[in-house]
Design a protein around this ligand. Structure first.
Ligand code: NAD
Length: 512
C-alpha cells in the first residue's frame, strides 16, 4: 500500500468522523482535555520514559496551543543527567533486544501498533492541539499513516545472503544492528516522523533514545508512555527538553547513530558533533521544492492538487511545493484560477471541522514569516491573495498568500518559507526552467506536470532531487526510499535502503 500525504480529500469525499466526547467538550484556551481511556491516561501529567519507567523532571516548560496562544500543557524538561540515564538504559537493553529474532521483535512492534490504534483518537486530538493541523483531515491522516508504518515496517526483513560459495569457503553478508540510536525530530509531523524512526530502528535490533522538538513534545511523550507497557525496559526511551539535549545526544560516546529530521543548519551541527565517535547519521533536512507545469498541462484539473501540495499543513512541510513554475502561455489564467480556489480555503483552529488550514505551529516560525512578508511588501511584488498578517487575532494565523511572478533572486523564491505562501513564477523556455529549478543548494523533491508524459518524464530525469513525481505528488510508501540530495540531507528513510541505514554490513567467511 502507498499513502498519499498531502492531497486532502474534498470535504464531500471525506468519511464522516464521529467526534468523541472530549472533542465536543474542547473549548480551547488551554483547558485540560479529559481523555481517560482503558489504555494510558491522557489526562495525567507528562513524564519522561527512561528504562521502562515514567520519570518526573525537576523542571518543566510550557507547550502552547498555536490556535489560541494559550498554554496547553507543561512538558518535563529532562536534564543532561536524565539523558545519560536514558542512554545507559538503552545500552543495557541492547544485547537482549538485538538477540531476539526478527519475528519476536515484529511481535512487540505489532502489539505497539495495536496499542497506538486503541488510542488513536486521543493522539489525533492531542496532535491538533499541540501542532495546529486540522483534526478531521491532516491530524487523523498523520496518526493513521504512522500506525500503519509501525505495523508494516515490522514485517520487513534484511536476511543473510550468501554472496560467494566455492570449494574453499562460504562468504555471507549480514545486516547487524548498530547499538543505541538517537532520534531527533521536528515540530511539523511529530507523530509520523517519530514513528518513521522508531519502527525501522527497533525491528533491525537497535534500541533508541528519542528527543522530540520542544515545540511539540506531547504526542511523543504519550506514545513513549504507551510503548513502556509493551516493549522491554530501555528499548525505547523518550526525553523531552531544549535544543541542548539534542546537542548532548549527538556528541554522546554511547550513541552509535543519529537519525535526525530538521533544518539544514542544525543537520550540519549534528554531523559535526557526531564525528567524535564516527556516528552513522541519517539527515532529513530542508527543501525548496520546485513544481514545473508544462504548457500542455490540464491545469484547471491540477489546481486543487497543486494547492494542497503547496499549502497542506499550512506549508509547514519539507516537501511542500515552494516554487511553482508555470509556462507563460498559461501563467496569467493559471494564477487567476489558483487564486479563486485558494480564496475559499478557511484558515482557523484545527479543532473546528470547517478548518482547511491551521495556524503556524510556533512563534519563532510566525516571526520568520512576518519578516518574509515584510520583504515581499517592501519590494512591491504582486500579491493577488493574502499578504497581510492580522496580529490582533489570537493564535499564529497567517493567511493563504500568493505572490505573482516575483524575480528568481527574491527571498520568497530562494528561501524555504515553511508557511502558507507560494510564488507562482512564469517561464518561457524549458531549458531555462530546468536550470532555475536546479539552481538551489536544496534537493529534496520536485514535480513535473504535463499531458506529454514522455516529455515530463525526461524533464524529471534532469531534476536534482531525491524524489521527483510526474503527474502525481506526495506519494510515500514503506518500500519507497525517501531522502534529500545536496544540502537536503544524507541517506534515506523507508525502503530497504532506509532499513539498512540502521545496520552495519558484516561479512562472515567460513573455510570449507
Ligand atoms: P530544527 O533543526 O530547528 O530542530 C529539529 C530538532 O533538532 C528539534 O528537536 C531541536 O530541538 C533539535 N536541535 C536543535 N538544535 C540542535 C543541535 N545543535 N543538535 C541536535 N539537535 C538540535 O528544525 P525544525 O524547525 O524543528 O523543523 C523544520 C525544518 O525541518 C525545516 O527546514 C524542514 O524542511 C525540515 N524537515 C525536513 C524533513 C525531511 O524529511 N527532509 C521533514 C520535516 C521537516
Amino acid at each position: 500500500m502507498r499513502i498519499s500525504g498531502s492531497i486532502r480529500p474534498e470535504k464531500e469525499e471525506m468519511p464522516a468522523t464521529s467526534m468523541p466526547a472530549f472533542d465536543r467538550a474542547y473549548s480551547g484556551g488551554g483547558e485540560r482535555v479529559s481523555m481517560a481511556t482503558a489504555g494510558i491516561d491522557f489526562a495525567s501529567s507528562y513524564r519522561l520514559s527512561i528504562g521502562g519507567e515514567l520519570v518526573e523532571a525537576a523542571e518543566s516548560f510550557d507547550v502552547y496551543n498555536p490556535a489560541t496562544g494559550a498554554v496547553l500543557a507543561k512538558a518535563p524538561a529532562g536534564t543532561v543527567d536524565q539523558l545519560d540515564t536514558a542512554v545507559a538504559a538503552a545500552k543495557a537493553a541492547f544485547p537482549g533486544w538485538s538477540r531476539l529474532s526478527w519475528d519476536e521483535r515484529e511481535g512487540y512492534l505489532t502489539r505497539f501498533a495495536d496499542a497506538l490504534q486503541a488510542q488513536s483518537e486521543e493522539l489525533t486530538t492531542l496532535l491538533t492541539l499541540e501542532q495546529g493541523k486540522p483534526r478531521h483531515s491532516m491530524a487523523k491522516g498523520e496518526v493513521e499513516a504512522a500506525i500503519y508504518w509501525v505495523r508494516e515496517v515490522a514485517k520487513r526483513r534484511l536476511p543473510r545472503e550468501i554472496i560467494e560459495e566455492t570449494e574453499q569457503h562460504v562468504v555471507e553478508t549480514r545486516s547487524t544492528p548498530l547499538g543505541v540510536v538517537a532520534a531527533i525530530t521536528p515540530w511539523n509531523f511529530p507523530v509520523l516522523l517519530g514513528l518513521w524512526k522508531i519502527a525501522p530502528c527497533l525491528i533491525t535490533g537497535n534500541t533508541m533514545v528519542m528527543k522530540p522538538s520542544p515545540y511539540t513534545p506531547l504526542c511523543t511523550l504519550r506514545f513513549g508512555e504507551i510503548a513502556q507497557g509493551i516493549l522491554p525496559k530501555g528499548v525505547l526511551n523518550i526525553v523531552s527538553g531544549g535544543n541542548e539535549l539534542g546537542q548532548h545526544l549527538t556528541a554522546h560516546p554511547d550513541i552509535a547513530k543519529v537519525s535526525f529530521t530538521g533544518s539544514t543548519a542544525t543537520g550540519k551541527r549534528v554531523m559535526e558533533s557526531g564525528a567524535v565517535n564516527l556516528k552513522r547519521v541519517t539527515l532529513e533536512l530542508g527543501g525548496n521544492d520546485p513544481a514545473i507545469v508544462l504548457p500542455d498541462a490540464d491545469y484547471k484539473d491540477l489546481i486543487p492538487k497543486l494547492f494542497w501540495a503547496a499549502f497542506g499543513n499550512s506549508g509547514q512541510w519539507c516537501i511542500a511545493i515552494k516554487r511553482l513554475y508555470v509556462h507563460s502561455d498559461i501563467h496569467a489564467a493559471f494564477v487567476k484560477e489558483f487564486v479563486a480556489y485558494a480564496r475559499d480555503r478557511k484558515v482557523g483552529d484545527g479543532m473546528d471541522p470547517d478548518t482547511d488550514l491551521g495556524p503556524i505551529q510556533n512563534r519563532m516560525q510566525f516571526d520568520k514569516l512576518k519578516n518574509l512578508f515584510a520583504d515581499i511588501a517592501a519590494n512591491g511584488y504582486a500579491v493577488p491573495l493574502g499578504g497581510t498578517i492580522d496580529e490582533s487575532r489570537a493564535g499564529n494565523f497567517v493567511p493563504v498568500t500568493i505572490v505573482d511572478n516575483p524575480p528568481e533572486q527574491s527571498r520568497i523564491v530562494q528561501e524555504e518559507p515553511f508557511g502558507p505562501v507560494l510564488p507562482i513564477i512564469a517561464y518561457d523556455d524549458i531549458e531555462d526552467v530546468i536550470t532555475r529549478a536546479n539552481q538551489t543548494p536544496f534537493g529534496l523533491a520536485a514535480s513535473v506536470w504535463g499531458r506529454d508524459k514522455a516529455k515530463a518524464y525526461e524533464i524529471a530525469s534532469r531534476l536534482e532531487a531525491g524524489t521527483v513525481w510526474v503527474n502525481e505528488i506526495h506519494i510515500h510508501g514503506i518500500d519507497i526510499p525517501f531522502g534529500g540530495h545536496k544540502q537536503s540531507g544524507l541517506g534515506v528513510e523507508n525502503g530497504r535502503e532506509g532499513l539498512s541505514e540502521y545496520t552495519n554490513t558484516k561479512v562472515v567467511m567460513t573455510a570449507r
